[in-house]
Design a protein around this ligand. Structure first.
Ligand code: ADE
Length: 224
């Protein structure tokens, strides 16, 4: 899978995409993630990519031409399944969307910045508008990193143990059950006996029970 991220702040994406699971997925060839600096498509030698908004008001808006040229350049090289725009007024990102996007071939993520992008780019190019929650970030880069991370780890083959994606919170509509490791007794707090029993079927049942209980307590909305 290929993910092209268009941004005015490429440095903000370096660390999240350059470590851990995402880096391993890239190194192993499961994912190809490219960061495109919108400044490379600036209007003039002053590096202009934004301008004041028509009608007045504080905050700059990313202009049509640099964005359109950057996207056209990518589209001339390959077909894209989707062009995502990160914005607080988009659909809220969730595991179901991450699953769906992990099956795509090529996507572009367009990072908003300042007051956002000219509405005409949304109309002409963007196929999916995504928010990562009801709060406002400085720019869309961290949202893009979160979207890319949650997609990449679901690409078949990326996780060493395929099971572990299946037992993630949300993957089956439930929060994950509690987990324990050694020691079996920490400051008097003991690991539930059943987990030490070696009885796989009972352990599975207990985990499902705990997942349902935790979901009921913390996120009853997920059970509806
Ligand atoms: N840009 C600014 N805030 C955002 C949010 N909550 N989600 C996605 N992109 C954003």
């Amino acid at each position: 899978m290929r993910i092209d991220i268009i941004t005015v702040q490429p440095a903000l994406l370096e660390s999240p995409l350059g470590h851990s699971m995402v880096k391993r997925a890239i190194d192993k060839g499961f994912a190809d993630i490219n960061v495109i600096n919108l400044r490379d498509y600036a209007l003039n030698r002053y590096g202009q990519i934004d301008d004041y908004q028509f009608g007045g008001g504080a905050g700059m808006v990313l202009m049509c031409e640099p964005l359109a040229n950057a996207i056209d350049d990518l589209k001339a090289q390959r077909n894209y399944d989707d062009i995502i725009y990160t914005t607080p007024d988009g659909d809220v990102w969730n595991q179901k969307l991450a699953n769906a996007f992990s099956l795509k071939e090529n996507i572009i993520i367009l990072c908003g910045h300042y007051k956002g992008i000219d509405e005409r780019i949304r109309k002409l190019y963007v196929t999916k508008e995504i928010s990562i929650g009801d709060f406002v970030l400085t720019g869309g880069e961290l949202a893009a990193a979160i979207i890319a991370d949650s997609i990449v780890r679901l690409i078949p083959g990326v996780l060493g143990n395929e099971e572990s994606a299946l037992s993630d919170s949300f993957q089956d509509g439930l929060l994950a059950p509690p987990v324990y490791t050694r020691p079996a007794d920490f400051r008097g707090l003991k690991v539930p006996d059943i987990l030490l029993s070696g009885h796989t079927k009972n352990i599975e049942e207990w985990r499902l029970e705990q997942a349902e209980l935790r979901t009921q307590e913390r996120r009853p909305d997920l059970l509806k």
